[in-house]
Design a protein around this ligand. Structure first.
Ligand SMILES: [Zn+2]
Length: 145
C-alpha cells in the first residue's frame, strides 16, 4: 500500500490537488488508520490557521463579556445580563441575516488574504458595534438612571 505523507495531506486540505488525486486519497483514508492519524494531525494544524465559520459559542460570548465589562461597566452590570444581551444580540443578528451578509463578504479567496483577522473577531466587532448603537439608543430614551 502506498502511503501519503504529511505534505500530501496538507495539499489535500488546501484543495490544491486534482479531483482524481483527492478521490484516491479519500479512498485511501477509509482503509488506512496510519494515514488517518497523519491527516487528523494536519487537520488540527490547519484548523488553527484557517478561519472556521463554526464558532466556539462559549468563547464568543465570553469574549463579548470580557470586552464589554472592560469598557462599559456601568451599563453592562451583571454576568447574567451580559449573557442575555450577547445571546439576544446574536439571535437577532442571525435572524435578520446580518451574519449571512458577513459570511458572503468573507468568501474563501478573501479569507486567505485576511488571515490576520479571525472570523470570530470580525463577528465580535460587528456585534459590539451593534451593542453600542443599542446603548446609545437607550440613553436617548432616558431609561438610564
Ligand atoms: Zn496510508
Amino acid at each position: 500500500m502506498n502511503h501519503y505523507d504529511e505534505q500530501a495531506w496538507r495539499n489535500y486540505l488546501n484543495a490544491s490537488l486534482s479531483a482524481a488525486e483527492i478521490g484516491a486519497m479519500e479512498h485511501h483514508l477509509y482503509k488506512c488508520d496510519e494515514c488517518l492519524a497523519v491527516y487528523m494531525d494536519c487537520l488540527e494544524m490547519t484548523s488553527t490557521t484557517f478561519p472556521l465559520l463554526e464558532l466556539d459559542t462559549q468563547g464568543y460570548v465570553d469574549a463579548i463579556i470580557a470586552r464589554t465589562t472592560g469598557t462599559k461597566r456601568s451599563w453592562y452590570r451583571s454576568t447574567i445580563l451580559h449573557y442575555g444581551i450577547a445571546a439576544a444580540a446574536t439571535i437577532i443578528l442571525v435572524a435578520t441575516g446580518f451574519f449571512h451578509g458577513l459570511s458572503q463578504e468573507l468568501n474563501p479567496s478573501s479569507l486567505q488574504k485576511k488571515q490576520e483577522m479571525p472570523v470570530s473577531d470580525v463577528w465580535l466587532n460587528k456585534t459590539l458595534g451593534w451593542l453600542d448603537t443599542l446603548q446609545n439608543g437607550s440613553n436617548k430614551g432616558g431609561s438610564h438612571p
